[in-house]
Structure formats: structure tokens, C-alpha cells
Design a protein around this ligand. Structure first.
Ligand code: GDL
Length: 460
């Protein structure tokens, strides 16, 4: 059976127990079967992995395990000892077993050893003993697997390699031949995670996965970061599960999504993943997205009444997928660009269209502050605020242009003073480098110098 479901494996605040129960309900209702617990910022998962959980945490995890069991969902517990483990030290292996004894004891039915995002070098004693990082890690995982299977023959055992995507493998992250050594030495019953060609993969082609499977000597479990947003606090990934052909389902052992950090924002990612897993085809991600938004819409009830589906689509399209906005957002962007373009013969048409659609979206962002579902509002709030602010500014500029004629006059607004508008250290640092469409960064020195001069003139 294909493993399908959710990885709580992002950086940032882990989900609350109540959110996880809501997750399991959603998973059960749409037929997702596996949950992997491994929030990077559960201190016991990585930073203090050697320390056993205290009784309160154990009780919390036991409740989750029971909730999964009641819904026929596999509860896999993941441990990330890679930041500082000494692979050859027997006591370290014992500590790993101790943690999993604790977790298997509360009813989890799968274990995972995760070696992602760790230093890719070995302690000299381990180099002498194992020869490579891959061999050292495989040995720890094999010993865990053998031990777990003596106690629980059907428990899932999974492993995340240090190079976990195509780009890392090409860069020989983890050492020369890491994946080949892993494929040859890791016990065949251990599942291996993989995020695709990239950490956040726009597409995961069948050929890519087949090549990998040949090296690993097993089909991978996809750890899908398509909907993760922990790497950029201004974004949400609310678009559909996309960029993966249906045929991928036959090439992998599982498809698990590591989605948005804010739990309430994951309705579309989860519903469309489930639709992808279960559809008899054909597969149309946009259709699945529209369907999922329709199902999500009741949560968007405000004190002034419901939100129209059309408005929700426009909003969702602004927070779509990592590499693309949805079509309605793209249209809005083109209208705004056209309305500002110098010498464009159609700028007035674009301006009118932008004022209509942009104004609607700006007002919607305001109205959503009265969402009855306050958890949803809190999860959305910062992004809604940012979007509304930028739209509001653009609307004022376009209105000023419409009044003065063809030229775009410099626009001053008492509500957008330098420093309070797009200010702060992070913005200033971002402005030091310009990124080009091919991904390259170059110095934005001249621009930054102008900013610095104006900063100094303001007495900053
Ligand atoms: C990663 C991390 C993951 C994080 C994600 C998105 C894996 C295997 N590890 O590299 O914890 O949430 O990127 O930022 O994906």
C-alpha cells in the first residue's frame, strides 16, 4: 500500500495537540494513512535528542498515538540525532534505542532516523571506523531496524539521508558516493526519504525517481516540501498538489507532505494531495484546487457573512505555490504593471481593471479580520496585512496617475514613510543583493548606497 499523508517536519512552532487531532480527522476523512512526527523545533527531536521525554510530553504523544490508531493512521516517530551523534559510540546507539523504546511503548507503529540538515562531516574516530558518513549512518539504522523488528515485526522503519535531493547529491553532499554506499549497505526493508530534484521541487519526474531507485535499490518515500513555508515567513503555499505526474504513484513507496507551518493553512494542500493519491484520473491540479477551496470556504465565515468563492480564489491565487502564483494573481499583477508602465497605450485600461480587482482584494483582506475562525485569521493575519498594504499603496499611485495624465508623478503619502514602510534590518539586508532570473546574486551596491545616503540624511 502506498504510504500517504503528512510529515510534521518543518522548522518553527510545532502544531498543538488539538491541531494534530484535527489533522488526523482530516486525514481520515480524505484517506491519508501516515503521520510522521518530527518537528525540527521539538527540542527532544534534535537539540537534546539524548534526553528522554518527561511524563507530560510522553502523555501528550501517547494521546496522539491512540488518536491515530483509532483512525487507522500509522503514527511514525522521527528522531534527528545527526547534529552531534558519535556514530561509533555504543552508548549513543543505546540512547537511540531508549528513545524508541519510549515511543514504541506508547503505541507508535513506525520509527524514523533523520539525518537531514546536519553537518556532513564525520568525527575522525568514525572516519577511521566506518570510512564514510553513509556507512556510519547505515550501520546505526540497520542496528535500530533489527532491534525494532524483533519487538514489532511490522513496524515501519524509515531513514532520511544527509543528501536528500538531486541537487545535494550532485554536489556530493555527505561525501563521494554517499547514495551508492547507502543503497548497498542499508537494510532493504528500511524506507528512504527523498524530496525530489530540489529541496522544494517544482516537479518530480518519473525518470528522476527511477534513476534514484536504481541507486538506492528501493523505491523512495517522497518527503514533499511543495507546500512548506518555513523558509519564508511572508509566504503561504495554498495551491494544489501539482508538478507530479500520476505515474509517480507507481514509482514510490509513499507521498508525504511537509506542509505550511501554520496548521490552519493546510486544507488545500492536504485535500489535493489526497485527491492525487486516490484519483482514477485524469488529474487536473487546478480543478482539484477549486474543489478544495469550495470545501474550505465554510471556514471563511466572517461577522459580516460568508466570503464569495470567487474572492477566495483570488486570494488563494496570491498564495499559491513556491514557483508560481495562481492565474488570477498573475492577471492582477499584469494589470498593476500595465497601469504603471510608462508610454503604454493601454495603461488606462489596465489601471481601471487593477483598481477594480485590486480594490476588491484589498477590501477582502480587511474583511477577513472578522473571520469567526480566529485560529485561521491569526495564521493568515501577517500576510493579509502585507498584501493589503502593498495593494493600498499601488491603488493610490494608480489613482494619482489617472488624475495627472500620462506621466507617473512621484507619489508621496503620509502613511508610507521611509522606515515604517518596508523598513527594518531584514529588508535592508535583502536590498544589498539583487537576484536575477537565473538565480544568480549580484551586488545591489549602488542602490544600497542611495538608500544609505537617504538613511543618513534622516538621521538613521
Ligand atoms: C528541509 C528540511 C525540512 C524543512 C524543509 C523546508 C527536509 C528533509 N528537511 O530541508 O525540515 O521543513 O526543508 O524548508 O526537507
Amino acid at each position: 500500500m502506498l504510504l500517504s499523508g503528512v510529515i510534521e517536519g518543518f522548522y518553527g512552532p510545532p502544531w498543538t495537540p488539538a491541531e494534530r487531532i484535527a489533522l488526523f480527522d482530516r486525514m481520515a476523512s480524505c484517506g491519508l494513512n501516515t503521520y510522521l512526527y518530527c518537528p525540527k523545533d521539538d527540542l527532544h527531536h534534535r537539540a537534546i535528542w539524548r534526553e528522554p521525554y518527561g511524563p507530560t510530553d510522553v502523555e501528550t504523544l501517547a494521546v496522539l498515538a491512540a488518536a491515530c490508531r483509532a483512525r487507522d493512521i500509522r503514527f511514525v516517530y522521527g528522531l534527528g540525532p545527526g547534529l552531534d551523534i558519535r556514530y561509533g559510540d555504543h552508548a549513543e546507539q543505546q540512547r537511540i534505542h531508549d528513545r524508541f523504546t519510549q515511543m514504541l511503548g506508547i503505541g507508535c507503529d513506525g520509527v524514523a532516523l533523520l539525518f537531514d540538515d546536519i553537518p556532513d562531516r564525520l568525527d575522525p574516530a568514525d572516519v577511521a571506523r566506518w570510512g564514510s558518513l553513509a556507512a556510519a549512518q547505515a550501520q546505526v539504522a540497520n542496528s535500530l531496524c533489527a532491534w525494532v523488528h524483533t519487538l514489532h515485526p511490522h513496524a515501519l522503519v524509515a531513514f532520511c539521508p544527509t543528501p536528500y535531493c538531486g541537487r545535494m547529491a550532485l554536489a556530493h553532499h555527505g561525501g563521494e558516493g554517499y547514495l551508492e554506499i547507502l543503497g548497498a549497505t542499508l537494510a532493504p526493508e528500511i524506507e528512504v526519504f527523498w524530496t525530489g530534484p530540489e529541496i522544494v521541487s517544482r516537479e518530480i519526474p518519473v525518470a528522476h525517481v527511477r534513476d534514484l531507485a536504481a541507486i538506492l535499490r528501493r523505491k523512495p518515500v517522497i518527503w514533499d516540501n511543495l507546500h512548506a513555508n518555513d523558509y519564508d515567513s511572508r509566504r503561504i503555499a495554498c495551491g494544489p498538489y501539482a508538478g507530479r505526474p500520476l505515474a509517480l504513484r507507481d514509482e514510490v513507496r509513499g507521498l508525504l507532505s511537509n506542509p505550511n507551518t501554520e496548521f490552519p493553512l493546510n486544507e488545500v494542500p492536504l485535500r489535493t494531495l489526497a485527491a492525487f493519491v486516490h484519483t482514477d484520473g485524469p488529474w487536473d491540479p487546478r480543478r482539484a484546487y477549486l474543489q478544495a477551496l469550495q470545501e474550505w470556504r465554510p471556514s471563511f465565515d466572517t461577522v459580516h457573512g460568508p466570503i464569495a468563492l470567487d474572492d477566495l480564489v483570488l486570494l488563494g491565487d496570491c498564495f499559491y505555490l513556491p514557483y508560481e502564483e495562481g492565474p488570477r494573481a498573475r492577471r492582477l499583477y499584469d494589470q498593476a504593471r500595465g497601469a504603471l508602465a510608462a508610454g503604454s497605450p493601454s495603461w488606462r485600461d489596465d489601471a481601471a481593471a487593477f483598481l477594480a480587482d485590486g480594490g476588491r482584494l484589498r477590501d477582502l483582506c480587511g474583511r477577513l479580520s472578522t473571520l469567526r475562525d480566529r485560529a485561521l485569521f491569526h495564521a493568515l493575519h501577517r500576510r493579509l496585512w502585507d498584501l493589503r498594504e502593498e495593494l493600498d499603496l499601488l491603488i493610490r499611485v494608480v489613482e494619482a496617475r489617472l488624475q495627472t495624465g500620462d506621466a507617473l508623478p512621484p507619489f508621496h503619502s503620509g502613511a508610507h514613510l521611509p522606515g515604517t514602510c518596508r523598513g527594518g534590518m531584514i529588508t535592508r539586508l535583502q536590498q544589498l543583493l539583487a537576484q536575477h532570473p537565473d538565480g544568480a546574486f549580484t551586488s545591489a551596491h549602488d542602490r544600497a548606497r542611495q538608500d544609505d545616503d537617504s538613511w543618513e540624511r534622516r538621521g538613521g
